[in-house]
Design a protein around this ligand. Structure first.
Ligand SMILES: *[C@@H]1O[C@H](CO)[C@@H](O)[C@H](O)[C@H]1NC(C)=O
Ligand SMILES: *[C@@H]1O[C@H](CO)[C@@H](O)[C@H](O)[C@H]1NC(C)=O
Length: 387
């Protein structure tokens, strides 16, 4: 049992006792909601739960007033969370992706303006949101995705450079670079606006490539090309089989399943990652594409739970966070921010599963959620206990 979970259990115990005591004072005929919550808490305390029950019970709630201080950053295209629970963001400084950024052959048109001078990577304090450190100035032209691997190396993608970079902890020069600078292409040595990276425990990694190629590339730990998936060109709104239409974000589940935010197909496609058995790479595990899903910009996974965020243009779906059961292709929960999401672009969950961050690219901001067992939030929400 992890420390985080012990903490949840002890807070559950405490809250359960408080609620029971309060109820004994003021309840005459407990509400159905309370009975349900009580059953959930009892089940949790007795250890009568499995991953799925836990996944369904945990509901993300916004932390209002986070960060304590507002800061002036560019479009926050990417976010991930380090081992200490601190979010690391990847932002675009003064650069904005607009109609003039690329020409019709996907070449970046503002190369002569030079790289973004200011630090593009910023570590924030998970608790207060204050800036702790920053680096990554004079390296990037159009930041996109950021991923922290199991050894705390940081991987980023730049859609203007058409490259993917790996930085070992503390390094200011990349240890690994894949793709050719400013050269979009379809060969195994080229990317075209790559969006995101997912890294297994062993170091085998996947690149979502990206806006134009719409395929997934798989590499060995040292960057040797191994295989690709969905390399069928950009197929608009087909949403069937393996063809992708802007794979925009990746999440690896227990080194077994690779989930893809197939943005323009408005679906989350989960495939066998082929890490145990390379022959099985690409076998479809599940497809989630219900009416709530919309254009999926970001997905993330920790501790048995897969989360996603959709973005602008998702109607009829709300712009919202989603909790998914990837095994049954169901959306099990939806959630949003009190200040409403405008342009969410990425989502990340802390390795202990307790905090979720959603980044937006206009307004440029980060919103924090904590994952609270539904049992507890329904106890809190029940106004009878506020009397
Ligand atoms: C796009 O831009 C690149 C580099 O600036 C240039 O080489 C290429 O010819 C341009 N393509 C078109 C279709 O104009
Ligand atoms: C982390 O480091 C260990 C030990 O050097 C290595 O075996 C493993 O492959 C590394 N994992 C990643 C994700 O690079």
């Amino acid at each position: 049992m992890t420390m985080g979970f012990k903490r949840i259990l002890s807070s559950l115990t405490l809250n359960y006792l408080v609620a029971t005591w309060t109820c004994s004072l003021i309840c005459s005929g407990a509400s159905t909601q309370f009975q349900k919550a009580e059953e959930n808490v009892k089940a949790l305390l007795k250890g009568q739960f499995d991953e799925k029950t836990m996944g369904d019970m945990f509901h993300p709630e916004e932390v209002e007033g986070w960060p304590l201080e507002e800061y002036d950053l560019g479009q926050i295209s990417g976010v991930d969370v380090d081992r200490s629970g601190n979010p690391i963001i990847f932002h675009r400084g003064t650069v904005i992706w607009d109609a003039g950024s690329f020409n019709e052959t996907n070449h970046y048109q503002r190369q002569e303006e030079g790289p973004i001078e200011e630090d593009t990577m910023v570590v924030l304090d998970g608790k207060t949101g204050q800036m702790l450190a920053s680096w990554g100035g004079n390296l990037f032209y159009m930041p996109h995705g950021i991923t922290i691997d199991h050894n705390s190396s940081i991987w980023v993608t730049d859609v203007a450079l058409h490259q993917v970079f790996k930085f070992t902890p503390g390094a200011d020069k990349p240890e690994l670079t894949i793709g050719k600078a400013f050269q979009p292409g379809t060969s195994n040595e080229h990317f075209c606006k790559p969006t995101d990276v997912a890294v297994s425990k062993s170091g085998v990694f996947f690149v979502a490539d990206g806006y134009c190629n719409s395929r997934i590339m798989k590499y060995s730990k040292d960057g040797k090309f191994l295989a690709k998936y969905g390399d069928e060109g950009w197929i608009w709104m087909e949403g069937k089989g393996s063809a992708l239409a802007i794979p925009h974000s990746l999440a690896l589940i227990e080194d077994e399943v690779l989930c893809i935010a197939d943005r323009e197909h408005r679906r989350i496609l989960c495939i066998n990652a082929g890490l145990q058995n390379p022959q099985q790479f690409g076998q479809i595990v599940s497809v989630t594409n219900g009416v709530d899903v919309g254009r999926v910009f970001g997905i993330t996974y920790a501790k048995g739970r897969l989360y996603a965020v959709n973005g602008a243009g998702s109607s009829p779906a709300q712009t919202q966070g989603l909790t998914l059961d990837w095994k049954t292709s169901q959306v099990v929960d939806t959630w949003t921010s009190g200040r409403s999401f405008i342009s969410p672009h990425d989502i990340a969950v802390s390795p202990n599963g307790e905090a979720i961050f959603i980044s937006e690219i206009g307004p440029n901001r980060l919103t924090k959620f904590v994952v609270t067992p539904t049992a507890l939030s329904s106890l809190y929400d029940n106004s009878v206990y506020e009397q």
